[in-house]
Design a protein around this ligand. Structure first.
Ligand SMILES: C[S@@+](CC[C@H](N)C(=O)[O-])C[C@H]1O[C@@H](n2cnc3c(N)ncnc32)[C@H](O)[C@@H]1O
Length: 387
């Protein structure tokens, strides 16, 4: 990879004849990155910010809480690592790349972040994120803890984020990209740009963390189903590429999740992802599937599991009332819980925390990754050398 290619990964904004910002990038299948990005942005912009009552009725209420719990545990872990490397009371600067509606704002508040940059391609989501942030710090006692904050809309696969920060020389301690990096795997150029955005302002020794669908798991399920379309009542994947020989970039599939997501996504070939990260000075320090994270954190963070309602109580407590519109539980979705209960208790009565089989299948499509920024020096030609 030559220096000029590296520099071309993300574009600084150009203007079209109307003076509107304009960026395009050609992917390997000849389609423009801008086109898919527009579909994704429009999809997320249209998603309503539902209230808690509506969310509780959703078929994926517990799975979403479970995903949130996974994010909480991993954010907590890397926050502790950051704090272990900095002196007490020093700044904690975070970039939440592809922040959406601000699902992680409470986590950043709990982590006592002092400077938070939130960016997403979907302008409407970003506005909801900003409103949520302002509501969180409305009360005076919270106002004292309010971090410095920046919100801006950008396509992280096409635009250089650094040029949009209040201080482009900022040194970040943590970059987080949750459930989003896979959108960039449409083309090398987009993935390279997003990785550059993740890496370039990270201070030496600090971390880039995130979650993506596990391409190996997706391919395994495709093989098992012997079909390019597979899933269950909660999620559905339809491959739109050659599954016998998927390309490294542009391996497209459509992902549907309940009535929440219906979007084109791209497989992330992990060895390629890791290589791309290395090119930008990021060394892989952790890669775990969600079920591994559950095994690792569930006993220590059981209290948080309960607080976040990340698991469903099965059988439901006798006084539990179903919300209007909620489907009664299908026993075959909880056979594993029945089995576990029988093993754990000699009594007929037992109660466990679990997810329905279908929610578990959807949750275990994902993996967590963490990279650490390496020491950067420059060679005689001014090219970065990482060690
Ligand atoms: C599944 S949502 C996750 C939101 C948030 N990170 C979370 O965990 O709650 C994916 C987000 O990625 C954003 N996104 C997708 N492609 C993007 C791009 N090219 N640049 C910036 N944001 C993008 C979407 O707008 C959406 O908000």
């Amino acid at each position: 990879m030559s220096e000029s290619e590296e520099n071309s990964a993300c574009v600084a904004e150009s203007r079209d004849s109307d003076g509107e910002p304009k960026q395009t990038s050609q992917s390997e299948d000849g389609e423009t990155g801008e086109k898919h990005s527009a579909i994704v942005a429009s999809h997320y912009n249209k998603l309503e910010d539902r209230g808690l009552v509506a969310r509780k009725k959703s078929n994926i209420y517990f799975m979403r809480n479970f995903n949130n719990w996974i994010k909480s545990c991993t954010i907590e872990k890397y926050t502790a690592l950051v704090k272990g490397k900095t002196t007490l009371g020093s700044p904690f600067r975070v970039l939440d790349m592809c922040c959406g509606k601000g699902g992680d704002l409470i986590k950043w508040s709990n982590a006592s972040v002092t400077h938070l940059i939130c960016t997403d391609i979907a302008q409407v989501s970003l506005e909801q994120c900003e409103n949520r942030f302002n509501t969180m710090y409305q009360r005076e006692r919270d106002f004292q803890r309010k971090p410095k904050v920046e919100f801006f809309a950008a396509d992280a696969t096409l635009q250089q984020l650094r040029t949009k920060y209040h201080d482009p020389s900022i040194k970040l301690h943590l970059v987080s990209c949750q459930f989003a990096f896979h959108y960039s795997f449409e083309s090398f150029k987009q993935a390279d740009c997003m990785m550059k955005n993740a890496a370039e302002c990270l201070d030496e020794g600090f971390y880039f963390i995130g979650t993506i669908p596990d391409a190996n798991e997706l391919m395994k399920r495709q093989r098992r189903a012997m079909s390019d379309t597979f899933g269950n009542d909660i999620y559905r994947i339809q491959f739109l590429c050659d599954t016998d020989n998927p390309p490294l970039f542009g391996a497209k599939y459509n992902f549907q999740l309940d009535d929440v997501v219906d979007c084109p996504e791209f497989l992330v070939h992990f060895p390629t992802f890791e290589k791309l990260a290395l090119k930008h000075g990021l060394r892989l320090v952790e890669k775990k599937r969600f079920e591994e994270l559950f095994d690792e954190h569930s006993s220590r963070r059981q209290g948080l599991l309960e607080k976040m309602q990340a698991l469903e109580t099965y059988p439901p407590p006798p006084n539990a009332r179903f919300n209007a519109g909620e489907q009664p539980k299908e026993p075959e979705q909880y056979k594993h819980a029945e089995e576990f209960g029988r093993q754990m208790s000699s009594h007929h009565q037992f109660r466990v925390g679990t997810l329905s089989h279908q929610e578990w299948e959807a949750a275990t499509l994902y993996l967590f990754f963490a990279f650490q920024k390496m020491k950067t020096t420059y060679d005689a030609k001014g090219r970065p050398v990482y060690s």
